[in-house]
Design a protein around this ligand. Structure first.
Ligand SMILES: [Zn+2]
Ligand SMILES: [Zn+2]
Length: 216
């Protein structure tokens, strides 16, 4: 379930974060994880058309499978499927989070850079290229693990409610597209919807939720 939220004092670069949000690697705050630092005011604005009156983070982002790994002044650092997990780092977009928060398809067709703040001592000596090779191997292993990560409790609870408001046909269509190319098998004969949901991965559950929210 991700790392606990650990409030930390501001550092120079956090103060400069200002009006920006973005994909970040910062060994000091996040270890070797890729995170998305989401500016609260920006995502509040994206969420304003929803009209649910709730908080975009707890009402939409967390149920869709995103996890807060740090809270800062005006921003939260998120990890999650399709945003920082199971993604190609050369093709990063916020479409997965957008879909969760707005209930509309993500249409970002340009790719975001990663801001890297490397504070490890090796980066100042001559061993960078060796470390980079190691990092690639670590990231490949992380990618593989992320693709197999099971559905989160927040996703499960949300999906259990969501399926009561769609037809079986709508569910099965959404399921088919959500599990395409994934290790999750289609519905087995006589398998109940509740059972299908329980064996989904975090990544496929995120896609299923996005598709079903669009159907409502
Ligand atoms: Zn800092
Ligand atoms: Zn809402």
């Amino acid at each position: 379930m991700g790392q606990p939220v650990n409030p930390q004092p501001l550092h120079a670069r956090d103060a400069k974060l200002g009006g920006m949000s973005g994909f970040t690697r910062d060994s000091k705050h996040y270890g070797d994880r890729l995170v998305y630092e989401a500016l609260g005011s920006k995502w509040d604005r994206y969420h304003s058309h929803c009209g649910c009156g709730q908080d975009w983070l707890s009402a939409h982002a967390e149920p869709a499978g995103f996890t807060v790994v740090r809270k800062g002044s005006g921003f939260v650092a998120l990890v999650g499927p399709g945003l920082t997990e199971g993604v190609d780092e050369d093709r990063l977009t916020t479409n997965a989070l957008w879909e969760a928060v707005t209930g509309r398809p993500g249409v970002q067709n340009w790719f975001e850079p990663v801001r890297t703040f490397d504070r490890s001592p090796e980066s100042e000596t001559g061993t960078k290229s060796i470390r980079t090779e190691k990092e690639r191997a670590v990231r490949r292993a992380q990618d593989a693990a992320q693709r197999r990560a099971p559905i989160t409790p927040a996703q499960l609870g949300y999906l259990q409610k969501l399926v009561t408001s769609v037809s079986r046909q709508q569910f099965d269509e959404a399921l088919t597209s959500a599990v395409k190319g994934s290790p999750v098998e289609a519905r087995r004969p006589d398998e109940k919807t509740a059972q299908v949901i329980e064996r989904m991965t975090k990544l496929t559950a995120r896609k299923l939720i996005a598709a079903l929210v669009g159907e409502k």
